[in-house]
Write a protein that binds this ligand. Sequence first.
Ligand code: SF4
Length: 274
Amino acid sequence: MGCNLRCLWCSNPELIDGTAQILYHGERCVRCGACAALSRGTIRAGSGGCEIDRKRCVNLAECAAACSYEAYETIGRSVSSPDLAQALLGDKVFFDRSGGGVTFSGGEPALQAEFVAETAALLRSAGTRVALDTAGAVVWEALETAAAKADIILYDLKTFDEKPHLACTGISNERILENAERLAGGGRKLCVRLILAPGYNDGGDLTKRLRFVKSLGRAVVQTDILPLHRLGAGKYRALGIPDPLEGVPECPADAAAAAAGEAERMGLKVTIGG
Ligand code: SF4
């Protein structure tokens, strides 16, 4: 899918690059050495599992395929809109029973706006509801296209102030705030999602974000407080990349409850966790 943000707390690091990624799950490895034998010296299978020199390894997919224990996992593949829609519609009975549907998420789905729009149109024409989960950090035309067939837009606001936004995501949030206002002004239904990472975007920044959400008016049908979790930590290890928040604790439940209370006092319909 790819992403143009680099959030410190990203729980889907395998989707940032936009190309297929190979994860190594050490807990499944029996240290047989089959992958290392094919690796031309770039994989060492020791008693603690495999050490993979990903910078030098030119045939990791081939080595991974040699594993009989599913210690390697490939995430990401190319797929056409019709094929994806057909596969998703295989679960239509569950969507219909639960009142659910399909959410385009990522990464940033609006980076593939035409693809999302085409797939969403196929799903909608088959009677399945569609949501778009976006950080909104794309040109307006791309966002408009990606959101064209969405019944609801899940809109992530990481911080309100620009300085922490730059520090936490690597980019300015000017366009994100502008695009949120344009979507709301156009009458699109929004569920605004506020990650809560104590020490990064709580306190005054949360208050500013909530006030901004309130300013979007009736377009916002729900506000989700998303407490920082560390469920993606294992993926960093499996990808062999540094975890930017290694050792940082999860958001305490009472901090999330306090944030939800603040949102409620502003008259927002709020959930914790979405
Ligand atoms: S082939 Fe699989 S089980 Fe064998 S050493 Fe490599 S990762 Fe471990």
